[in-house]
Design a protein. Sequence first.
Length: 273
Amino acid sequence: MPKHLEFVEIDSEAPEKIFVDGKEIIGDVRRFKEMATLYYDNMGDWVDNMDFNTSLYYMFRNVCKEEDRANIANHKLRYDITIMLPLRFGSGPKEYNKTVGHYHPIVPGARISYPELYEVIHGECYFIIQKVRNKYEVVDALIIKAERGDKIIIPPDYGHVMVNSGRELLITANWVSSAFSSIYEPYREMKGACYYILEEYLQPKIVKNEAYDNVPEPKIVRSRAHEFLKIGKDESMYRLAKELEKLDFLNHPQNHPAHFNPSVIFEVFHQTS
């Protein structure tokens, strides 16, 4: 575990639990049986041969120092940690391990949904984020390439899937509003995000999910959110627990449009076309 998050201890041999200031916390586990229909190759014989109880990733909610807990709760915020195993799935080009994917609901009294702020603590990954109209019509798709120290803002109205493209544990943290529950059903209905990321000849390969119609070509971007938020790549964003006013954009995004300006928080370095 990086030194800048010293109050959390993670054992790579036992990722199902963490220790927060010495106290053991068991994570919620996402198993293969909850993900089997969400892969690019979800009909092959390999599916029947899988142990459906295989653990894919672990989610730890409301991780914080006890001295910060009440203040974080009063600000309707939550700090989580996710640990994802470096697995591959499929019978041809294999698909990287990933999350189910989810959207956030609309902020009461506003016309946009809740955003989220992520940090990569260890490993490398992609975020597949998509904006939809009429629930399933994708109008924008970005694939964010991220590595250790990157901070990533998921803008309002974008759903997102996180993909472990590395060969080690992926450890991420996120700040998010505690005022809502995530919406998973559209991703389950569409068998995942609008794009899959497979591994072919040890390189990532982006493949369209044919369950969607008229999907735009994805923009491949890197995050610049750490620059905008003025948090160094070697700094933990948990330090915002002492500056929670800087996270007001997570509960009131309508008051902070600058936080979601694509030209500020993303740098496009490739567009497939």
